[in-house]
Design a protein around this ligand. Sequence first.
Ligand SMILES: Cc1cc2nc3c(=O)[nH]c(=O)nc-3n(C[C@H](O)[C@H](O)[C@H](O)COP(=O)(O)O)c2cc1C
Length: 158
Amino acid sequence: MGILTDDMKRVVRQQRMGFMATVCPDGSPNLSPKGTATVWDDDHLVFANLGSPVTIENLGHNPACELNILDAFLRKGYRFKGTAQVVDSGELFDEIKEAYVTGSHGIQRSGLPAKSYVLITVTRAAPFMSPGYTPGKTEEDMRKEWTGYWAGVQETNT
Ligand SMILES: Cc1cc2nc3c(=O)[nH]c(=O)nc-3n(C[C@H](O)[C@H](O)[C@H](O)COP(=O)(O)O)c2cc1C
């Protein structure tokens, strides 16, 4: 059994959006969204490098990273800490690229051509949840509240 639980995999696959933190050479953080973030196997997450120059540059200096994935309706998610490898050629590149085309490894298909893929070896995986979960408040309560909130936002914005 790997580090990723079934629920972690479910959330990552469903959300199709994570925020990836890397470390800049001056020690400052770099955080950016990755909509192609998904599960590779029981110990690895992956995303397609479609336009992440700073992330890729940083990983060249320092492989340390953290990817956070939030279910915006349940206000719960997971944080994954680890090291990342930029895969830009070879058998593994071909295998990941194929998976994004065919949907193998449970990957949602993406027709977008990636320059490389970032494969994260997860060394620490932990849940997070909103402090809004006060005693007695259920996931269903939370889902209802935030579904309503986002419906209102969409109405206002369109
Ligand atoms: C919703 C959303 C999803 C994105 N998904 C990805 C992605 O999967 N891969 C990628 O390389 N860039 C993705 N991007 C674009 C990068 O986040 C963006 O180009 C960012 O400036 C890259 O910063 P970085 O060089 O610090 O990684 C996405 C942007 C948004 C807004």
